[in-house]
Design a protein around this ligand. Sequence first.
Ligand SMILES: [Zn+2]
Length: 113
Amino acid sequence: MPIEKIWLDKYQEFGGCCAYCGTPLLVGVDSFMCGQLDHLVPTKRGGPDTPENKVLACFVCNNLKLDFDPSREAASNKEEMVAAARVFIFKRRAEKAKNLLEYQEELRNRVGR
Ligand SMILES: [Zn+2]
């Protein structure tokens, strides 16, 4: 299967890393399979389906971003929009980390019973 130009362009643009968390996506099969193209401004929110509106993202960040629209955060260019999305993603990531601790605690309690 030929490599799609958009993927090569995005790997180049973002140095092979997730635009949001910086995870390298070309170091192994697992990370490679986590690579996705995210619409920076979601198409659901009117973002265009153009190369300019796409960023390289890992599955986790893309999943955490949901349909967050960084263009509503007073961001005037792509770099600022990526930064705004990063803040949103990291807040949600912190919530997930809290959920993880709760699950771990609950499981410990179950085992301890
Ligand atoms: Zn990421």
